[in-house]
Write a protein that binds this ligand. Structure first.
Ligand code: UDP
Length: 333
């Protein structure tokens, strides 16, 4: 009788891994008309099943027609989420990440400043086992010097003493593994300073350098007021340093006042000079009132952030969702 050998185990067929590309857009129809065909071409060469998730962040242009026109020419797996108004890039990005179903998710701007041609290299690094691949912008020379210095100082201030690093030249153009996306979506805060959140999550990351081309069309949505707002969001959601600085300022001013008081006392009692100078008194009072208001302003920024968080309003409202993606059956979770 022949010994019976167990039949060799047949490995289950590996499910092909899938890729989502998330594009938050606000009045970028003109750019998308050129970007989408280029993106589709690149993605078709990646060798994975893919989908594109476009989030219309309350734009008023003809994005729907552009997408429909593109879909009639190139059959693509596409989701078009229309938010009920403009919620801001960070919220639109979160909406896109929530809708994305791929095993890896690439994030890129819809203005053409993030070249789609970089995606295959990012995917290759991800397939080699790296959960986060960040495209880091070089050639910042075109940015005005004062802006570049301010940005560098901002990031240095933000990360001093912290356990995580926020690379100053790394934006949202990156590829995230599914486990990173899930971890990111678990963070409950409304204040979504994405650069800080990516850094806070950790995970091993690799960078790819790229020279950003100019916008395909339109102009930046991030002018000085928006940049200041973003900076305030970054500081109040990631750093307590301003509050500590306010306390320190209080200690310094009190010490200075005490020493000055002692000096006046000695000057009067020992040297015999009469106390004079209402002008000194008046300007000192005004200076202190200004400093106090400034400190209150710092505290109010944090209080405002707490107020926003306690309201627990949703981060965005999806008005319409056009789903032409077939990835759902493959990556149902
Ligand atoms: N964006 C958005 N909502 C906004 C502002 C911008 O979805 O309220 C999108 C915008 O359409 C683009 C990306 O965010 O796809 C980056 O914006 P922008 O190009 O203005 O930023 P920059 O590259 O100039 O920093």
């Amino acid at each position: 009788m022949r010994a019976r050998h167990p039949s060799p185990a047949v490995p289950p067929p590996a499910t092909p891994r899938t890729l989502s590309v998330v594009l938050p857009v606000f009045n970028e129809a003109a750019s998308l008309r050129l970007l989408l065909p280029a993106l589709a071409l690149v993605l078709s060469e990646v060798g994975m099943k893919w989908e594109v998730v476009i989030v219309d962040d309350g734009g008023s242009d003809n994005l729907k027609e552009v997408v429909a026109e593109f879909e009639s020419i190139v059959p693509v797996n596409l989701q078009l989420l229309t938010l009920s108004r403009n919620f801001g890039k960070e919220a639109a990005l979160t909406a896109g990440l929530t809708a994305a179903r791929g095993d890896a998710v690439a994030i890129m701007d819809g203005d053409g400043r993030h070249p789609a041609s970089l995606i295959p290299r990012m995917v290759a690094r991800w397939q080699a086992g790296c959960p986060v691949v960040i495209a880091v912008q070089t050639g910042q020379a075109r940015e005005p010097r004062p802006l570049a210095w301010t940005k560098r100082a901002f990031y240095r201030f933000l990360q001093k003493g912290e356990r995580f690093a926020i690379p100053p030249d790394a934006g949202d153009f990156r590829l995230l593994d599914r486990c990173v996306v899930d971890a990111l979506l678990q963070l409950p805060e409304r204040a979504r300073f994405m650069k800080g959140l990516y850094a806070w999550l950790g995970f091993r990351s690799e960078t790819i350098a790229f020279e950003a081309p100019t916008r395909i069309a339109g102009d930046t949505h991030f002018r000085l007021p928006q940049l200041l707002e973003l900076a305030s969001l970054g500081i109040t959601s990631f750093s307590m340093k301003p509050l500590r600085m306010v306390s320190l300022l209080g200690v310094l001013i009190s010490t200075g006042a005490l020493l000055y008081g002692l000096f006046i006392l000695m000057d009067t009692l020992i040297v015999g000079n009469a106390v004079s100078g209402w002008a000194t008194l008046a300007s000192g009072m005004m200076l202190l009132a200004g400093i106090q208001l400034m400190c209150l302003g710092v505290i109010a920024e944090y209080l405002g952030r707490v107020f926003e968080e306690t309201k627990r309003r949703p981060l965005y409202i999806v008005e319409r969702c056009l789903d032409h993606s077939t990835l759902r059956t493959q990556t149902a979770r």
